[in-house]
Design a protein around this ligand. Structure first.
Ligand SMILES: [Zn+2]
Length: 351
């Protein structure tokens, strides 16, 4: 046991607890603490079970809880956390964003050397797609200067005065719908998972919500580099709503993109724009987004007059499902105007 104990919260990252314990006991940071305890920092940050158990036994905390609230490295760049599996690309594990108001609530009415160590990192803030705090409606912020990797207290202690004064507050209009869901999942509350929430892991839900939200607000053309943090947070809310409403809501979004006013000859990549690109070769191209990739592929097959040699999402079309006026005219050797009169367009192709 350490001379000074800090409380290990149910929604706290183990590494945050380790950092606060180090500071409360007069050490410089987590690196010093691990050196004193002869624990390999590398093993600890990879979630190695003997390193975690050794730390838990010295700290006097439940080893099961310690394991559940740290990132455990798995195969294929995945991490396990709180019974969930999340790809490393959906995580921020080394530096820590915070909601300033949550930290003020931790600290209490007065900021002192002792109360400073009460401020802690919530597990849900490690998900890259988490933009805001659903309780205080503030955007999450990094410390103005980066601290030592994996050391929450080192990163934030120098900025607690500014944070305490409200200087780092960035109010948002976003409701934080994905954020509330992610918090509930990571805190073991088992929230309902309607629609696509049941078919995507928690990291994929966030990334997909952002992409779908941006497409639903900005249409076919958007770029994450031009999107402000506030626009990103609002898009996340919108996309989370689409995912929770399921197939029908995603269908409506794809219909809106597909049938938006524009050049009639534009091919699928142009019509669905950034969403198509994102699912085909961008952030959404991974296997964890397969249900959405399948949905887009289905939508293209069902709404585009594609024929052999055309490309539908990832595959080449082998049979024509139905005609446009121009393709029917070509196949039957008619002028487009005769095709319109003959009704070929509405009858399914024989092939
Ligand atoms: Zn907050």
């Amino acid at each position: 046991m350490f001379p000074v104990q800090v409380e290990f919260h149910r929604d706290e990252l183990l590494v945050s607890y380790a950092g606060r314990t180090a500071r409360a006991n007069g050490l410089l940071g987590v690196a010093d603490l691990f050196k004193d305890l002869e624990i390999s920092a590398q093993a600890f940050h990879a979630g190695d079970s003997s390193a975690i158990e050794r730390f838990a036994s010295v700290a006097g905390i439940d080893p099961e809880q310690a394991r559940s609230q740290t990132f455990i490295a798995m195969a294929d760049d995945q991490f396990a956390i709180a019974g969930q599996q999340v790809a490393d690309k959906h995580l921020l594990r080394r530096q820590f964003r915070v909601c300033p108001a949550c930290l003020r609530a931790d600290i209490g009415p007065e900021l002192t050397r002792e109360t400073a160590t009460c401020a802690y990192a919530r597990t849900a803030w490690s998900l890259t797609a988490v933009h805001s705090c659903p309780i205080h409606h503030l955007l999450l912020v990094f410390p103005p200067e980066a601290g030592t990797n994996f050391d929450f207290s080192h990163g934030w202690e120098p900025w607690l005065f500014e944070l305490f004064e409200g200087d780092l507050d960035k109010p948002t209009q976003a409701e934080g719908k994905y954020e509330a869901f992610a918090e509930a999942v990571l805190n073991g509350e088992d929230p309902p998972r309607p629609g696509y929430l049941a078919r995507l892991d928690i990291g994929a839900v966030g990334a997909a919500a952002e992409a779908l939200g941006l497409s639903s607000i900005h249409g076919a053309k958007w770029s994450t580099t031009d999107i402000s943090a506030e626009d990103g947070a609002l898009a996340l809310d919108a996309g989370f709503e689409v995912l929770s409403c399921g197939e029908q809501a995603v269908q409506s979004l794809l219909d809106a993109l597909r049938f938006a006013i524009g050049k009639p000859q534009e091919r699928p990549p142009g019509r669905y724009g950034r969403l198509h690109e994102w699912l085909l070769r961008g952030g959404g191209a991974g296997a964890e987004f397969a249900p959405l990739q399948d949905h887009l592929s289905r939508h293209i097959q069902e709404t585009w007059p594609l024929g052999p040699k055309d490309i539908c999402f990832r595959s080449q079309v082998t049979v024509r499902r139905f005609h446009s006026i121009l393709t029917a005219a070509a196949q039957y050797g008619l002028r487009p105007v005769s095709v319109r009169g003959a009704g070929v367009i509405s009858s399914p192709s024989a092939v």
